[in-house]
Design a protein around this ligand. Structure first.
Ligand SMILES: [Mn+2]
Length: 277
């Protein structure tokens, strides 16, 4: 039995199938971790969701910003925009089942795994974990967000939770503002400004970033101890590189013409499949 953590799918269904062939995925025993952004930008969002739903007992999924956008569009809270490519999901007779299933997915996943270097505690979120959060902070804040999404009154949550502000904990006054910032930490964050606020605009490479910006994973992270290993996606421009042994960037930009990557958690072996066509 092996665990594989897979980067942002974004509708790249054929590449997922090739990758699963490459790792010799066995439904009877293997577990697939998906770091979110299952849909959008690529051409096969519906097939990605149908397939993952069909093997859902083998999957650990955390939600990404594109998944949340799809949920909000499906619930008529947000408008579809011209770059969105998940019309196939919205038009599917399975739409209701798939959206309800997506809403039931968490924003973080934590599990201890026996590896060739002893027991490691893997922690996965879509974008990252803010440096000032402990493991308890992550679990508490992530659960609050997940519960709001599963609540019968999720439209109230979806109405207030999108937006770039506030970008610093000190600027949060209401519960809704705290929830919005926490969701942005988990699903959209890349860089911090030097004043401790997050920047949600610059998406590019670290080398060409404005000098006041620093990646979240370059700070001292409260959640890390010697056995912790963080997994995240969301940031294709990193091309899988963080420079940290215990922090892995899984998004290698398949939807942008690069490749889809899987890492085996037991021994950190990497597998990938190039973008097809
Ligand atoms: Mn993302």
């Amino acid at each position: 039995m092996s665990n594989y953590a897979i980067g942002d799918l974004q509708g790249c269904y054929e590449e997922l199938q090739q990758l699963l062939t490459r790792i010799d995925f066995d439904k009877k025993k293997d577990v697939l971790w998906f770091c979110g952004d299952l849909v959008n930008r690529g051409s096969d969002s519906l097939n990605c969701l149908l397939y993952l739903h069909s093997i859902k007992d083998n999957c650990r999924i955390v939600l990404g910003n594109h998944d949340l956008h799809l949920i909000a569009v499906s619930d008529s809270i947000r408008k579809i925009n011209e770059k969105d490519t998940f019309q196939d999901v919205l038009e599917s007779p399975k739409r209701k089942i798939l959206i309800e299933w997506l809403k039931s997915q968490p924003l973080h996943s934590i599990e201890r795994i026996n590896t060739n270097k002893g027991v490691k505690e893997y922690v996965m979120t879509h974008a990252g974990i803010p440096p000032h959060w402990s493991k308890d902070d992550l679990i508490r804040n992530s659960h609050k967000l997940g519960q709001s999404l599963q609540n019968e009154n999720s439209s109230y949550f979806l109405n207030y939770v999108f937006g770039n502000e506030p970008n610093h904990p000190d600027k949060c006054v209401t519960t809704e503002e705290k929830m919005r910032l926490n969701l942005n930490y988990l699903t959209r964050m890349r860089f911090y400004n030097s004043d401790g606020s997050i920047d949600l605009k610059y998406k590019g490479k670290i080398e060409t970033a404005p000098s006041n910006l620093k990646p979240w994973f370059e700070y001292k992270l409260k959640i890390l101890n010697e056995n912790t290993h963080l997994l995240f996606g969301h940031w294709a421009a990193l091309d899988g590189f963080t420079g940290k042994e215990n922090i892995t960037a899984l998004d290698t930009g398949c939807a942008w013409g690069n490749k889809l990557t899987a890492m085996r958690l037991e021994d950190l072996s990497m597998f990938s499949c190039d973008k097809l066509n």
